[in-house]
Design a protein around this ligand. Structure first.
Ligand SMILES: [Zn+2]
Length: 261
């Protein structure tokens, strides 16, 4: 065979540059791509309907809106004399437990203590301080936390000549300077309001080792006051209980407000 014979054969075997089969292939590919795009478009539309169902808020869910969240106002700094979270505790001596001293067969110390304690609570609440009225062995006293705790008692009528009041804090105080100031405020204000003398000499271990001091939280400033003697001071203790109570309120407010005793 000559080379010239072979050429036409070569040219016949070579496929034409643009035959019908490749054109069909391109059309099939383009058509498939178009279908895929249409499918994708339909799916996207199905997953994002024009009107989505409402979202039910779950706990902790906050919708984003154009309205900004309100900024919490800062907690105001308590001014002297304004109420605080902790209460004041007032113990009505012997209340819920026993009578305390009994004079002349009818006058019970517990009745005087409770009448005065109730008035002290009312006075402190009127001044804006939440206050608890507590029994002698009140279950709340265990670990009790308070801005101040004052237990109110009255002295027996064994000594006709004895007159006046006494105030003491626990012997082994965890906060001696704080409790000394509470005691000083009570002595100063109670004496000024009632005119009764301070009967310092008869402060007894009953007062300085008073059981309540050991029950409350050591950080609770506590004091015990003997408001007067049930014999020599009977008139003021029975007939001027508002004045007696106001003297104790004055002393506690002096302490809470940081006044000089
Ligand atoms: Zn007593």
């Amino acid at each position: 065979m000559s080379r010239q014979m072979a050429r036409p054969l070569e040219s016949r075997e070579r496929p034409p540059a643009a035959s019908g089969a490749p054109r069909l292939l391109v059309l099939v590919v383009l058509g498939t791509a178009l279908l895929v795009l249409i499918r994708i478009g339909l799916n996207v539309g199905a997953e994002h309907p024009a009107n989505p169902p409402p979202v039910t808020p779950s706990p902790g869910y906050f919708p984003l809106t154009s309205t900004p969240f309100p900024t919490p106002s800062p907690r105001p700094t308590p001014l002297p004399g304004t109420p605080a979270v902790l209460p004041i505790g007032i113990v009505a001596g012997h209340w819920g437990n026993d009578t305390g001293a009994i004079c002349d067969g009818w006058l019970r110390e517990v009745d005087v203590n409770l009448a005065v304690a109730w008035r002290v609570v009312k006075g402190l609440e009127a001044a804006g301080y939440p206050t608890d009225l507590l029994e002698e062995f009140d279950p709340r006293l265990e670990g009790y936390r308070a801005r101040a705790l004052v237990s109110i008692h009255a002295d027996a009528c064994l000594y006709p000549e004895a007159s006046g009041f006494k105030v003491a804090r626990v012997e082994e105080s965890a906060i001696p300077s704080v409790e000394d100031r509470l005691v000083a405020c009570l002595i100063s204000r109670y004496g000024a309001r009632t005119g009764l003398p301070f009967h310092e000499g008869s402060v007894t271990p009953d007062m300085t080792q008073y059981h309540t001091f050991y029950e409350v939280d050591p950080a609770t400033p506590g004091a015990i006051i003997e408001i007067g003697f049930l014999l020599a001071d009977r008139d003021i203790l029975l007939n001027q209980q508002d004045l007696i109570a106001q003297g104790i309120v004055d002393g506690i407010l002096c302490f809470l407000r940081g006044e000089t005793p």
